[in-house]
Design a binder for this molecule. Structure first.
Ligand SMILES: Cc1ncc(COP(=O)(O)O)c(C=O)c1O
Length: 444
């Protein structure tokens, strides 16, 4: 038995069954876009700890900043004693992501906690209770986060769920176009949304609509720009707040600091986590000050949110991202992956759709070229085959049939191209079509 198998056996003996396991790989260390397992085998990392490592594993400036902060102050609890890294991080985020004339920010430990707080704020600010979320959406593992989440497999036996949550179909053109052009589809969907506010929940009862502009766990489905703009206008007219969940899309992943910057809208409130701390547990709620200040003192807080070391990591991550131009890196990685997958689709009938925004790129595996016959088994086999060849990659989608790339954005061209070639070779083997060794420029 090697060390990895031993660790997996120990894990299985002590960790409850319900704990998710995307892949059976172990990891001892990580640097840049690579990890090493406990047996010393190297892997290219296309998972990035589920989109957390846009700036890579252990970036030196972030590690240095954490060490420096750890020697000064590890914990205080922000409501108990005010420390500068918290305030500075809020100021930095408000500068990066202005939400109207004046912006206010609060910090959290996780994405789910950011979502919970965004909803507490929206409810207080509007005096309404209803929340509308979307099919395919994912907003975390807390009770409210799970309630807002569409993936039923994550919720089995966990109810009852939180009340006053309504779910509306996500504008997924690939799955639900019914032969309509994108424009016609968007018009139909916006009309259906208005109807929903008459026959499911009255607009006067709705505090907020929450959506991911590119669904992460849902399979990298991109909301049409015209739909998002229409939704924003509709919400504004009805006094409903628009919460954009940027937990997976933020910090360069889509080729911009924020996904909403692609849509020419500014949300009322947004939620953040993952890559903002390079792996340290830190998240944020950002919003227009008029909304954020309509909260009663003492209703927001917690022991750990905005921990000083996590704040230092986040400040250093943002400074490093600015220095290396993370937006450009995201755009470049995205272009390479998208064009590679577009080419692969031509040779592989199992790929039903290639989609994404910036470096958030995925392909969907289907049977018989039919969008409604997801091939989750093929996806599982592909992930395992890639792992054997030294590539860590994970799936997405409510049927687990979407292969998504969430590699660090600092990945070298050589690592990126090697990883893509592994996907191509293994997919071609599994679908038993001949693999033509298509090479891409691979200097890095
Ligand atoms: C869009 C989105 N929101 C919220 C969350 C929950 O974040 P966390 O796991 O940090 O609680 C996730 C996690 O994958 C996510 O992708």
């Amino acid at each position: 038995m090697n060390k990895s198998s031993e660790l997996v056996a120990r894990r299985n003996a002590i960790v409850p069954e319900g704990m998710g396991m995307f892949s059976p790989l172990t990891v001892e260390s990580g640097k840049g876009a690579k990890i090493k397992d406990v047996d010393g085998k190297e892997y290219i990392d296309f998972a990035g700890g589920i989109g957390v490592l846009n700036a890579g594993h252990c970036p030196k400036p972030v590690v240095d900043a954490m060490i420096k902060q750890t020697k000064k102050l590890v914990h205080a609890c922000f409501p108990v004693a005010i420390y500068e890294p918290y305030v500075e991080l809020c100021e930095t985020l408000a500068d990066l992501f202005p939400h109207g004339k004046k912006t206010k920010v609060m910090l959290t430990n996780t994405g789910a906690e950011a979502v919970e707080n965004a909803i507490k704020i929206a409810r207080q600010a509007t005096g309404r209770q209803g929340i509308i979320c979307f099919t395919g959406g994912f907003h975390g593992r807390t009770l409210l986060g799970m309630t807002l989440t569409s993936k039923v497999g994550y919720k089995i036996g966990c109810g009852p769920f939180a009340p006053e949550v309504y779910r509306f179909p996500f504008p997924d053109h690939y799955q639900r176009n019914d032969g309509l052009s994108m424009d016609e589809f968007v018009d139909r969907e916006l009309q259906a949304f208005e109807t929903y506010l008459h026959n499911m929940v009255d607009a006067s009862q709705v505090a907020a609509v929450i959506l991911e502009l590119v669904q992460g766990e849902g399979g990298f489905v991109v909301a049409p720009k015209k739909y998002v703009q229409g939704l924003k206008t509709l919400c504004k007219a009805k006094g409903i707040l628009l919460i954009v969940d940027e937990v997976q899309t933020g910090f360069g992943r889509t080729g911009k600091w924020a996904a909403y910057q692609h849509f020419d809208i500014v949300p009322d409130i947004s939620t953040w986590a993952k890559s903002m701390g390079s792996g340290m547990p830190i998240g944020a709620v950002i919003g227009n000050a008029d909304i954020m200040d309509k909260t009663t003192k003492g209703t927001l807080g917690g022991t750990y949110p905005g921990n000083p070391v996590a704040c230092a990591a986040s400040l250093a991550t943002i400074a490093y991202m600015k220095q290396i131009n993370i937006e450009k890196k995201g755009t470049e990685v995205g272009k390479t992956v998208k064009s590679f997958f577009d080419e692969l689709k031509k040779d592989c009938a199992a790929i039903g759709d290639v989609r994404g925004l910036g470096a958030m790129v995925a392909f969907e595996l289907v049977k018989n070229g039919d969008a409604h016959q997801p091939d989750g088994d093929l996806c599982k086999q592909l992930i395992q085959a890639c792992a054997k060849k030294g590539l860590l990659i994970i799936s997405a989608g409510t049927s687990g049939n979407v292969v998504r790339v969430l590699s660090p954005l600092i990945i070298s061209k050589n690592e990126l191209n090697t990883g893509l070639q592994i996907i191509r070779d293994e997919l071609m083997k599994l679908t038993s079509a001949p693999s033509s060794p298509k090479k891409i420029n691979s200097k890095s």
